[in-house]
Design a protein around this ligand. Structure first.
Ligand code: NAP
Ligand code: MN
Length: 267
């Protein structure tokens, strides 16, 4: 089996990565950062998000596992003290796989000036105007739903529902629900502009299309990064549940609701 490690870059995480690497090499596992079977991240959820994007082109062949050297993570849910236990499990293989849904985002440009770009998000994609309000129509399954005017919109995965989506008042969704959630950022609501106001959850195959109506420059994000868009020329953003899934190597049960409780309520 081939493995690689990814560190947040602080001393503690770097040291832990070195230990893991040494132990796995000694057990005759091969270190391969190009085509690993398992990616072990050490740091936080941010570290995990970065690692996910590094291997997003080969998700079917990659399993991920995360250790948190700071607070409990949703993706990085192992504590450093469990490292030995984790190493033993990795050496023993085979391990169980748990899959979570992803968000597919397709960005199209006005007049087809540029090639559409497709991205996958593990947490969410957001669109915001960088100057004044964003005005866009929201279509669901090809039918006009509403016209949004406000700061922006957030389209999240179930596992991303505990991140930005939560700060926007979105619901927490269990990752066994193959779905995406659309939540608003400060919509303007009056007699002229009207939006639903509540977060919306869409099932698989219900494509949502945002069509920009005004000539603003926009910022589009996927997880932790800004997509290098031609900001003035974005025409539509299409989102849906992706065909691809992220695969977690599971060595012991840690139910999602327990992670939610321990992260937000009490240990
Ligand atoms: P960051 O600014 O360090 O992330 C913000 C926080 O979100 C960190 O505490 C991070 O955990 C945590 N986080 C990431 N994914 C999560 C998840 N699925 N559930 C619960 N918490 C999660 O930047 P980052 O670490 O690169 O993470 C990028 C994410 O930050 C974005 O995808 C977005 O969801 C989130 N974000 C949130 C807000 C907001 O809540 N207002 C605004 C912008 C971005 P770690 O400390 O373990 O990395
Ligand atoms: Mn972070």
């Amino acid at each position: 089996m081939k493995f690689t490690v990814a560190s947040r870059g602080d001393t503690l995480s770097d040291e832990l990565c070195d230990t893991i690497k040494t132990r796995l090499l000694a057990a005759d596992l091969a270190h391969d950062s190009e085509t690993p079977d398992i990616v072990i991240t050490v740091g936080g959820d941010g570290t995990f998000l970065e690692a996910f994007h590094s291997y997003a082109h080969r998700l079917e062949e990659t399993a991920f596992v995360g250790i948190h050297t700071g607070h409990l993570g949703f993706y990085a849910d192992w504590v450093p003290e469990e490292t030995e236990h984790l190493i033993t499990h990795i050496i023993k293989t085979p391990f169980q796989i748990v899959e979570y849904p992803l968000l597919e985002v397709v960005i199209r440009y006005r007049g087809g000036q540029r090639e559409p770009r497709r991205h996958l998000a593990l947490n969410e994609s957001t669109i915001k105007s960088t100057e004044g309000s964003l005005v866009c129509t929201v279509e669901i399954k090809g039918e006009a739903f509403e016209t949004f005017r406000g700061d922006g919109l957030c389209m999240s995965t179930p596992s991303g529902s505990t991140a930005y989506n939560k700060a926007l008042g979105g619901a927490i969704l269990h990752p066994s629900l193959a779905s995406i959630q659309l939540s608003e950022m400060a919509s303007i609501n009056n007699r002229i502009y009207r939006t639903l106001g509540s977060p919306l959850v869409l099932p698989q195959h219900h494509t949502c299309l945002l069509k920009l109506l005004n000539d603003v420059s926009v910022q589009v994000t996927i997880d932790h990064f800004n997509v290098p868009v031609f900001a003035e020329n974005v025409d539509t953003i299409q989102v849906r549940v992706a065909e691809e899934k992220v695969r977690f190597a599971r060595f012991r049960p840690f139910p999602f609701w327990k992670r939610v409780k321990e992260a937000f309520i009490s240990e």
